[in-house]
Design a protein around this ligand. Sequence first.
Ligand code: URP
Ligand code: ZN
Ligand code: ZN
Length: 470
Amino acid sequence: MSKILIKNGRVISTTGVVEHDLLIDGESIAALGAPGYFDAVEPTCDRVFDAAGKYVLPGGIDVHTHMELPFGGTHASDTFSTGSVAAAWGGTTSIIDFAVQRTGERVHDGLAAWHAKADGQCAIDYGFHMIIGGVDEDSLAAMRDLTNNEGITSFKLFMAYPGVFYSDDGQILRAMQTASELGSMIMMHAENGPAIDVLVAQALARGETDPKYHSLTRPVEMEEEATFRAIMLAKVAKAPLYIVHMSAKEAVEAVAGARGRGANVFGETCPQYLYLSLEEHLAKAGFDGAAYVCSTPLRAHSEGHQEALWNYLRTNDLSVVSTDHCPFCMKGQKDLGLGDFSKIPNGIGSVEHRMDLLYQGVVTGEITLERWVEICSTTPARMFGLYPQKGVLLPGSDADVVIYDPHRSTDISAASHHMNMDHSAYEGIHVDGHVDTVISRGSVLIENDTFTGRVGHGKYLKRGLSQYLL
Ligand code: URP
Ligand code: ZN
Ligand code: ZN
């Protein structure tokens, strides 16, 4: 059992920033104390990190990743191994990935396949949500078993992608009723898939094939309507609801309205919706915009979505920032959609950059340091039943710690990132901060710009129920 002392740092929690030293014993946090408090035990420590001038925060928790997701005739290009190492580089020490029940498949078979992909392959701790690709008696029974026995307490349903993951309103209502009975969380991909499919077919018939039409055929109204419908169905079922990857301000308005009425409704957004847009990225000349095809789509900058999303992060109507990490290479994957935007695999990879990109929001004055930690670590832990094991630096919590250096900077580029992608959606973006040291359960994963961790270190996380439900 090794002992680590982190001294002279500024420890960030949701409630403030304090100068504290932090003692790690084995895999857990042993104690925090005023600077110098652990001087007497320092000689007995195996490692001592001087964090003077730096921040010390709980490791990032990315609750929305898709390692190796089958999509559009290909698979997301990060494995659990490459993706979890990349996450560690970026200060993320836990992920919750989406295990998949494909339509026609048994939930438990889909789950077993996901365990087989991840087992022994992760450099950081990981849990699963379950995508329910077919709501029926069997999958509803499986929801009960997963919640009660497997530590999987959240289930994603799709109002989009007919013929792939789509559930109709009746199926959604039944899954919500089951979630209500269990206290588990329904995560919703809220876009009106059948209507979008009509718009897509009409656009293609007009010869509109460029990547930008991905967004133009998924207008704000399709996200807004589906979000509102999901909220109404959840109200009828008395089920908690977490809307994933929100990009349209009008949709978040619906979440804010429901929250204002006291509903257990939560919103998540992603860095791509805070920093990237239809005009500047998706509408790039030629096929370059394919790099930015994801769903929900990037929105028009001119419509003010980015400003609104930052604002909703401040008001807590958006509670979590995850990445929806779903990387595809341009060559051999995104180019499946050359000449037909609807065949471009949907997804952007950024598991490595979330902590940095959101820290940039601190630098630009959009959020506070405390809110940075809250939306990237503490709330994700509480939302998905991992708190106080994760998401906080308290005695007894897992020693998942990031030392962050605000005096260094990070230039994002495909040439230097660690994700298995041949491009970066954030190419050339400069962040005024840098992940300095990353510790996962007392093991140092990153220091001196070197990965010192181990694939296989990461453990499966059995999760409890959401800790936000009234
Ligand atoms: O474009 C996206 N979001 N790809 C991943 C699948 C999903 O809908 O989350
Ligand atoms: Zn989705
Ligand atoms: Zn996703």
